[in-house]
Design a binder for this molecule. Structure first.
Ligand code: EPS
Length: 388
């Protein structure tokens, strides 16, 4: 399974094509819209989210509520396009008419300058329109298709916020996945810790007042994965490696950890590895889950626990110094509108990119043409490894 996205932030629409999904899998618009709407929420979002109402149009690959096995094509319209028609229009601009809102001032921390140098655009709008995190709408749409497949296979996944700025949510290792879903959905910052969540909201409000932005840490938790998904035999079949690459590719993400992550460097092996146990009902399991559900690039059958670090959004009301590429004069980068914190939304994005990598690995390992046969094969595999 693979996917492609296309579309500019202020262009007509975001487009997603997902290819490689089995036929005969139930899926509805609601499965995708729920994810899209969750991505739009979160304390700290800016004015753009008041303009957009992300709803999907399924324009290929699904008929009467079931996948056909053909590519699935999804469209989400940018409602803001109506304000940008003459700036973003696809028709060639007549020579006498100036292109409006030309960007010659690269913003520190964005793709603007590097993209301009690479593609030779002197109007950096041609860079920022695509490098904008608006694209994560299309990625969430692809991930929602993957999440639907996982749901039908009894694999459940949720993303929430662990930290914003310096405020850390308390560890809650014993919460079930359903509790994680319910608590994070009810929190305006997707925190599992109500007290920390309130402090996170205050920190976001303060950053907004200061014209600054703040980042944080998201965590994705997956339950129901059988052991042995992914492989140790080659670098590009290690599922944790693929997940890490996908998470790192989310806009503004700077790092990834599984389980205790970087903490493992500061501990002895006896404090890091998870002891193996067995019961007749459950089969093999680990007494702890410090490695976050992976050994040897394969799932252990324990919950997958992965964290991603998001830097503060580089679009600041508080100006940073940069250089105008036409005049070569220094200037202070300033903006018209921005999110002061998008970590709660990023947790939803991360949930969906992880879902996609997991679903992809499952489809590589089991019969993938017809959904009922896939389900049967996975149920049989679960039984086999329980009795192994
Ligand atoms: C973004 C800048 C803002 C955000 C946008 C990402 O958009 P605008 O430039 O239109 O104000 O709102 O995020 C989204 C539109 C979204 O759907 O998440 C950026 O520069 O990355």
């Amino acid at each position: 399974m693979r996917y492609l996205t296309a579309g500019e932030s202020h262009g007509k629409q975001q487009t997603t094509i997902v290819e490689g999904l089995p036929a005969q899998m139930p899926i509805t618009k609601e499965d995708i819209n729920e994810s899209l709407l969750r991505r739009q929420k979160g304390h700290g979002r800016g004015k753009r989210m008041q303009i957009e109402k992300d709803l999907v149009d399924i324009v290929g690959g699904v008929r009467h509520g079931y996948t056909l096995g053909s590519p699935i094509a999804l469209v989400v319209h940018n409602d803001d396009f109506k304000h940008w028609v003459d700036v973003m229009g696809e028709d060639p601009v007549p020579e006498e008419q100036n292109i409006r809102r030309v960007v010659t001032r690269p913003r520190p921390g964005h793709a603007d300058l590097n993209g301009a140098l690479k593609y030779g655009h002197r109007d950096m709008r041609n860079i920022l329109e695509r490098s904008s995190a608006r694209e994560t709408t299309a990625r969430v749409a692809a991930g929602a298709v993957a999440k639907t497949l996982l749901k039908h296979l009894d694999i459940h996944i949720i993303g929430y916020v662990k930290e914003i700025a310096a405020i850390k949510a308390e560890e809650k290792p014993n919460l079930s996945i359903q509790e994680r879903i319910n608590i994070s959905e009810a929190s305006p910052v997707r925190s599992l810790d109500d007290a920390a969540g309130k402090k996170m909201m205050d920190a976001i409000d303060q950053a907004k007042k200061d014209g600054d932005s703040i980042g944080g840490v998201c965590e994705v938790y997956v339950e129901g994965m059988p052991a042995g998904i992914g492989s140790y035999v080659h670098y590009d079949r290690k599922l944790d490696g693929r997940i890490a690459g996908a998470v790192q590719s989310i806009n503004a993400f700077k790092g990834v950890e599984f389980g205790i992550g970087f903490e493992a460097a500061r501990k002895n092996g006896s404090e890091v590895h998870d002891e193996i146990a067995w019961t007749k009902e459950q089969g093999y399991y680990r007494k702890t889950n410090r490695l976050g559900g992976f050994e040897g690039g394969m799932t252990t059958g324990m919950p997958i626990v992965v964290k991603g670090v998001m830097k503060p959004i580089p679009t600041l009301y508080k100006p940073l110094q940069s250089i105008d590429i036409e005049s070569k004069e220094p200037f202070s980068a300033s903006i018209e509108r921005s999110d002061s914190c998008a970590v709660p939304a990023a947790a939803v994005v991360m949930e969906h990119v992880v879902a996609f990598e997991i679903a992809k690995a499952i489809l590589e390992q089991f019969p993938n043409d017809q959904f009922p046969k896939l389900k049967e094969a996975i149920d049989q595999y679960r039984e086999e490894i329980r009795c192994f």
